[in-house]
Design a protein around this ligand. Structure first.
Ligand code: SAM
Length: 362
């Protein structure tokens, strides 16, 4: 058990390894320095900052990301989280909304689905305490995943962990194999996970996570001046952050079906120049909330279905942004097996090299 355990509470599309922000903050920072991540995803930077005793601010426009990153700054005991889940289920009546249809019938056993809906409704009504924020992250992490040979560790029928199953494909898959959902013990899965992730908590250092759009200057009001911005923006062309997380979005109050429309609040991927300009707005916004000696450190790469060279897009985004690029280093081998792009390609094509780009205030 280590105080890094909480970082793994739920996988997130295109997360970077904890070692990256940990290394950077150890090398250049000191205890008490403020850190910002304007594209915080699951809150890896925030969690690294916490381990280094640095307060941090995270911003992400995906509700799944914001919920997970909030948990990275929260503190509660495993027994507190388990008791909170038990109390919710014990006090709950029939859920007011219960999804129906072939997908839902095969994805979750009917008893499991009722309990999940009860917990969902209670957390939608009130998720203000650290205990509930951590319970929400634990449920998000257990919502879908593989069915092991022994005791179940996820609530769903056989599914991928990182991405939500696509309903049509999943129904075909389960039907062809005669796979029925197991009547899992929801509270026991929560307890096992609470013990795993919360037994040794990291220090409590403060900070906050905002659900918001980093292109909008007002998103950053009322935050202290930071000495570090450590982040990884979406790679140009990666636009499915929300549809691929549709089940977790449902748990957070979204619809019980996949929505494919371009989600609001995400950088627009219509063209490389436009994308670079959108990213540039974010660099400008964060520059205003940093000290004169601040550093901006960006991990950036690309995907294969776009012709644009990732480093060209990034360099363009930095022009007149308040930041000046100093160095760019190829991501070390130790991280390369866990590249962001690899997280979601079933058969990875030859990877596009990722770079860590270091900038100073202009
Ligand atoms: C590459 S991921 C960050 C992953 C993160 N480093 C981690 O370890 O989890 C990029 C994130 O940017 C977010 N994002 C995209 N456009 C945004 C915007 N305009 N404002 C805030 N967040 C945005 C996406 O929702 C996504 O979570």
């Amino acid at each position: 058990m280590s105080n890094e355990a909480l970082n793994a509470v739920c996988p997130y599309y295109t997360m970077y390894p904890l070692g990256f922000p940990l290394r950077v903050l150890e090398q250049y920072g000191k205890q008490g320095d403020w850190v910002i991540d304007p594209f915080c995803g699951r809150g890896t930077t925030n969690f690294a900052a916490r381990l280094r005793k640095m307060p941090s601010v995270g911003v992400d426009s995906s509700p799944v990301a914001a919920a997970l990153a909030q948990a990275k700054l929260a503190t509660a005991t495993p027994s507190g989280v388990t008791a909170s889940a038990r109390a919710i289920v014990k006090a709950a009546k029939e859920p007011t909304s219960l999804p129906t249809g072939e997908f839902w019938r095969l994805a979750y056993h009917e008893h499991t689905l009722v309990q999940l809906c009860q917990i969902r409704e209670a957390l939608l009504a009130d998720c203000s305490s650290d205990t509930r924020i951590l319970l929400r992250a634990i449920v998000l992490g257990a919502l879908h995943g593989p069915r092991p040979k022994g005791a179940p560790s996820y609530f769903s029928n056989q599914s991928p962990r990182t991405f939500a199953p696509k309903p049509k494909y999943a129904v075909k898959f389960w039907t062809a194999r005669g796979m029925q959902p197991v009547d899992v013990d929801v509270l026991s899965i929560i307890k096992t996970r609470a013990d795993r992730y919360l037994t040794e908590p990291p220090p409590n250092v403060g900070g906050k996570v905002l659900l918001g759009d980093s292109r909008v200057a007002d998103t950053f009001t009322d935050i202290p001046k930071a000495r570090f911005v450590v982040t990884s923006p979406p790679y140009f062309g990666m636009r499915t952050y929300l549809p691929d997380q549709w089940l977790r979005l449902w748990f957070l109050g979204g619809p019980d079906y996949v929505e494919y429309r371009q989600p609001e609040g995400q950088l627009e991927h219509s063209g490389a120049d436009h994308f670079a300009a959108e990213m540039g707005r974010v660099w400008k916004n964060v520059a205003k909330h940093t000290t004169n000696d601040a550093r901006l450190i960006i991990r950036y790469g690309g995907i294969h279905d776009r012709d644009a060279v990732p480093m060209d897009v990034l360099k363009k985004s930095l022009v007149d942004s308040g930041w000046k690029m100093k160095t760019a280093k190829a991501v070390p081998d130790s991280d390369s097996g866990r590249r962001q792009v690899r997280q979601f390609q079933a058969v990875p094509k030859k990877a596009i090299t990722e770079h860590d780009v270091y900038c100073h205030r202009a």
